[in-house]
Design a protein around this ligand. Structure first.
Ligand code: UN1
Length: 512
């Protein structure tokens, strides 16, 4: 496709004015029907406007779905290996653009450069993985119960897929959805989170530059009620994939069910890390710091509960709190920063409200708890890394997803008690155990009720070719990453070819 139509239009006004980004529909950059826009500001410095984006509405969603529907008629007939080659090319281009896109991402999302490079890399890994899938997408051929009859099952694309993505992994998570969907022959309409749309633009622009035809991927920016809801309700949209909160997941799942859409929900987590007496404590402390405060605690997989056996509890708490206190908070564009800001004011308020909740519940706050708003912090949504200790597993701070830099440390008696605490929760995304005892490790791998279990590593760090998702209120049974994504974005068709030249009746014409 012609790349000139795909480059964002020049900035309006002076050369320093923020860039205006339009919706991307049918290969064209178009303004929203509302004529309204919203700002994307840097959460580390709100004076910095990263871009101006379209505040779209149902009419824009309808236009995007129509374009995706038209594109589907042709795209589904492009051989999967050819579709996948485009994705492979996009992977190579993303590699070249990695630094630029990672910087854009730190500016719009706040997480530190090391992590945004990881996020961009995750999209690259996903592209290479699904590019390979274009030559697989295997289905079974199997014997028929009748003579001279052939039987097989083939994967077919579903049609137009609606995608609603979060702000915490603004390129990786859209890539988990868009790339398998298009390799399988579907077309998409994506609504990126309003806090971080630029990274989705960067991903989709690269895919367009690599040769994805008009209408195969469309972006409509805006807010949940104005864009997400009509997308989820649209009868032409046959699959919906959401990564978001459990509350939104319940609404999206219920809405999608009305028109029998495929629906994949990746929702909340309150991920436990158990540290046993025999663990390598240095490793467990480093892991717990990375898992708890990486991405400012804003991962669905964040290590928000650390369950420590009583023999090492006191030492773990002391050393963990020391490390947390020493973390360098600041603007993620500074390479020496270890933890960036909260994504926005509302999230920061939520984080701070949980500090009050924890205190009122009687948990001991050992460090943090305050907003940072002086000097270099004055224009951002910063807060101190916060650690509560001696937390009762039933307290709200140990049960509810905070999505911020607030970690609860809970004492436990032994492995069995630790697993019971770990599982005593509404969610079931990720989990971890630190031990040197292989027997205990295998018990935990079996009994931790979660979609992901790590041994001697924290709860974050999933790789793209393995299933990603969780149990209980974390989702509805689907998995992203790896083969699970191919399963979600295809529908099976059973094909029978009878070459006997006579009517053969299954289940009836048999020689007993
Ligand atoms: C998320 O937690 O929202 O496993 C996604 C990880 C990342 C993806 C996290 N690869 O931590």
């Amino acid at each position: 496709m012609a790349t000139d139509t795909l480059t964002s239009p020049p900035a309006l006004g002076s050369s320093t004015a923020p860039k205006v980004y339009k919706n991307f529909i049918d290969g064209e950059w178009v303004e929203s029907s509302t004529g309204e826009t919203f700002e994307n500001r840097n959460p580390a410095d709100t004076r910095d406007v990263v871009g101006i984006f379209q505040k779209s509405a149902k009419t824009d969603v309808d236009a995007a779905v129509e374009a995706a529907s038209r594109a589907f008629a042709k795209w589904r007939l492009v051989p999967a290996p050819r579709r996948a080659e485009i994705v492979f090319r996009a992977a190579e281009m993303l590699l070249e653009r990695k630094e630029e896109y990672s910087r854009d991402m730190t500016r719009e999302m706040g997480k530190i450069l090391k992590e945004t490079r990881g996020d961009t890399q995750e999209a690259i890994d996903t592209a290479y993985y699904f590019a390979g899938e274009g030559r697989r997408m295997f289905g079974p051929t199997t014997p028929s119960e009748l003579p001279n009859k052939f039987a097989m099952a083939v994967r077919t694309p579903i049609g137009v897929c609606g995608m609603i993505t979060p702000w915490n992994f603004p390129m990786a998570i859209p890539s988990w959805k868009i790339l398998p969907a298009i390799v399988c022959g579907n077309t998409c309409v994506i609504k990126p989170a309003q806090d971080t749309p630029l990274s989705t633009f960067n991903l989709v622009r690269t895919l367009a530059d690599a040769g994805v035809p008009h209408g195969v991927i469309n972006i409509v920016t805006g807010f949940g009620s104005m864009v997400g809801t009509p997308l989820t309700e649209h009868p032409e949209v046959r699959a919906v994939s959401l990564t978001g909160s459990t509350a939104v997941g319940r609404i999206v799942g219920t809405t999608a069910a009305q028109s029998f859409k495929h629906c994949s929900l990746e929702l909340g987590g309150k991920n436990p890390m158990i540290v046993l007496d025999d663990a390598n404590l240095d490793l467990a402390i480093e892991g717990g710091i990375w898992g708890g405060f990486g991405t400012t605690g804003q991962r669905c997989t964040a290590t928000s509960r650390i369950i420590v056996q009583k023999g090492v509890y006191a030492e773990f708490v002391e050393r963990y709190v020391d490390r947390a206190k020493g973390l360098k908070v600041g603007n993620g564009l500074d390479e020496s920063t270890e933890m960036g800001p909260a994504i926005n004011e509302a999230q920061l308020k939520t984080d701070l409200s949980y500090v009050e909740i924890g205190k009122s519940e009687g948990a001991k706050m050992k460090c943090g708890g305050n907003r940072l708003d002086q000097g270099e912090y004055q224009y951002g949504y910063f807060m101190e890394p916060t650690v509560f200790v001696d937390v009762d597993p039933k307290m709200r701070i140990a049960q509810e997803e905070i999505f911020g830099p607030v970690v609860s440390i809970i004492p436990c008696e032994d492995l069995e008690d630790g697993i019971a605490i770990a599982n005593g929760i509404e969610y079931g995304l990720s989990s971890a155990l630190y031990t040197k005892d292989v027997n205990k490790a295998f018990v935990a791998m079996r009994d931790l009720h979660a979609g992901i279990t790590y041994i001697n590593a924290p709860t974050i760090g999933a790789e793209v070719h393995l299933p990603f998702g969780g149990v209980k209120a974390t989702g509805n049974g689907h998995r992203e990453g790896g083969m699970g994504a191919i399963d979600f974005y295809t529908e099976w068709k059973a094909v029978y070819v009878d070459y006997s030249d006579r009517l053969q009746k299954a289940q009836i014409d048999r020689i007993d």
